[in-house]
Design a protein. Structure first.
Length: 82
């Protein structure tokens, strides 16, 4: 099973959110439908970056690294790896 690490952006609140999932399509639907408390206030969210990892452990490690990036470093990362 593949796992995805992703970054989404909300233009309404000018904010980025980073996460990981085994089903990217479903996860984006949940973010944009208001099911997720952490992202409910920023709907609609737009996928700006994603990658896949072979294990959940690897996905979690990358997600943790991304969550520790500042806003400026997040934008730099998206530009560099898109």
């Amino acid at each position: 099973m593949k796992y995805f690490v992703y970054i989404i952006y909300s233009p309404g609140i000018d904010s980025y959110y980073k996460g990981q999932t085994s089903c990217l399509e479903d996860r984006l639907f949940r973010h944009n439908s208001g099911y997720e408390k952490a992202t409910r206030h920023g709907v609609p969210w737009k996928l700006v970056w994603s990658t896949s990892k072979p294990t959940r452990g690897e996905a979690l490690m990358l997600e943790k690294k991304l969550k520790n990036l500042s806003r400026a470093k997040t934008i730099e990362f998206i530009k560099k790896y898109s």
